[in-house]
Each structure stands twice: as structure tokens, then as C-alpha cells.
Design a protein around this ligand. Structure first.
Ligand SMILES: [Zn+2]
Length: 259
């Protein structure tokens, strides 16, 4: 008859496994709290395939620029710990209210666009035998916020942050939206950072969270268009947006988590 070997227990192993367990529990709790606290940014890809917005100086629809930029901003925000909800990235979202309704649970709504100018500023050039409209008169980014948004203060702070972050990376704001001409006449919210009030802008005023609309640059400007088509430029814009939202939104997370 065999006697079972006596299991020798190391008094320290128990302690070690207990400590290990606590360690993993702590990590789990930490990850869980981070996941629960991760803020969601709704990235709204401006326009659609059927209504693609402005046309660039070289005949490229704005929607393509907006989509390429959104696809660049998304991973940057995710790396910073945000959850990203893409709105309109399939190109079939034509109802603006559906956009903001789809984003109702997000913490911030960022609409991505590329700019044009009023028709009186357009000239024509021939490109591969086709006449295209362009204007090299204005250049740069602009950001819109609405005072009809339910969180105008956060909207304003984040918009200023995006503008500042872009400026620090060498981008310049345009002030052509403040011109006293038909279709413009926008009031500056913060001139230095290229922020304008556009109170009636539907996605901004129907958003249930803080919101801003970024016109990343003017695609009817021939030089700007080339810049904006460049992947490096897109990455830099994405980094600027990420830094700004990390600054203007994440402090709330730190506050709520007691950090
Ligand atoms: Zn647009």
C-alpha cells in the first residue's frame, strides 16, 4: 500500500500567490475603470457620396478628404484612450439629424470638413482638358461652434484647443468667414485660434454633447489642396486634434476617477 507523498507547502508560496492575485485584481479593476470611463468621440465625416460637398481645385470631392482625415484621426484618438464612433463614414448618411441622433451617447461630436470660398472668388483653370474652379485668395483652417449647443463652454474650449494645437504645428487660421459678404459674416469666437460662431449649424446645435466643426483647410486653394492630400499633413492634423481633445476632455475623466 502506497502512502501518498506528503505535499510540502512553502509558507511563502501562499503569500506570493495571494499577492499575485491581488496584483491581477488591481490591474483588472484599473482596466475596468478605464474602460468604463473611456470617453467617446463621435467623428462625423462631413457630407456623403451623393452630396459630396465642395469640389477641390483638382476636381476631388470634399467627402474623400473628410473620410481620409477621419480615418487618420480615429487611431490617434484610440491611442489616447478614447472610444471613437464613426458617423457617416459609409457615405450614405444624408440626414444631418440622423448624424447627431446616432451620436447621442458620445461625449464629444467633431465634424470633419474641408473648406471652399464664396463663388465670386472663384477663377477657372484647365486641368487635363477639363475646366476646374479654384481660388488661391484664402488659405487655412477654421473651426465653428454654436451657442445653441447644450454645452457651449466645452465646445468653445475644445475648438480653441484644436486651433491652438494646429497653430503650434505650423497651420494658419483663415479669417475669410468673417468677411462682410453674403454667405459669410461669421462672428469670431476666438480670432487667434480661428474659431467662429455658427449658431444655426445643424449638427452643432442638434448635438446632445459639446461639438465643433473643423474646416481643416481650403481645398479650392491649389497649394492647400496638395498639402491636404498629403498623408503627413493629415497625420499632423490628427495629432493636433488628439492633443487638443485629450486636454479639453480628459481632465473630466481624471476628476471622476479621483486621479
Ligand atoms: Zn463641408
Amino acid at each position: 500500500m502506497h502512502t501518498l507523498p506528503k505535499i510540502r507547502t512553502n509558507p511563502h508560496s501562499h503569500w506570493r500567490s495571494g499577492r499575485l492575485k491581488n496584483f491581477f485584481l488591481a490591474i483588472g479593476a484599473c482596466l475596468l475603470s478605464q474602460a468604463a470611463l473611456a470617453l467617446t468621440v463621435a467623428l462625423d465625416v462631413g457630407h456623403s457620396l451623393d452630396y459630396p460637398g465642395a469640389t477641390s481645385a483638382r476636381g476631388v470631392p470634399e467627402f474623400q478628404f473628410n473620410l481620409a482625415l477621419a480615418n487618420t484621426v480615429k487611431p490617434v484618438l484610440e491611442r489616447l484612450g478614447f472610444t471613437v464612433l464613426m458617423i457617416g463614414d459609409h457615405g450614405n448618411m444624408t440626414d444631418l439629424r440622423v448624424r447627431t441622433r446616432s451620436a447621442k451617447n458620445a461625449d464629444f461630436f467633431l465634424s470633419l470638413h474641408h473648406d471652399s470660398v464664396q463663388p465670386q472668388y472663384l477663377s477657372w483653370w484647365s486641368l487635363k482638358g477639363k475646366m476646374q474652379a479654384y481660388s488661391d485668395l484664402f488659405s487655412g483652417f477654421s473651426i465653428f461652434v454654436s451657442r445653441a449647443n447644450p454645452q457651449p463652454k466645452t465646445s468653445f474650449l475644445c475648438a480653441c484647443g484644436i486651433g491652438e494645437s494646429l497653430r503650434h504645428r505650423g497651420f494658419k487660421p483663415t479669417d475669410h468667414h468673417a468677411e462682410a459678404v453674403r454667405g459669410e459674416n461669421r462672428q469670431f469666437a476666438n480670432r487667434l485660434n480661428g474659431v467662429f460662431y455658427f449658431d444655426d449649424l445643424l449638427v452643432l446645435k442638434t448635438a446632445s454633447q459639446a461639438a465643433a466643426l473643423l474646416e481643416s483647410g481650403i481645398i479650392v486653394n491649389r497649394a492647400d489642396e496638395l498639402e491636404l492630400q498629403d498623408a503627413t499633413t493629415r497625420n499632423t492634423i490628427a495629432e493636433a486634434v488628439g492633443d487638443a481633445l485629450d486636454n479639453c476632455l480628459q481632465p473630466g475623466v481624471r476628476l471622476r476617477s479621483g486621479k
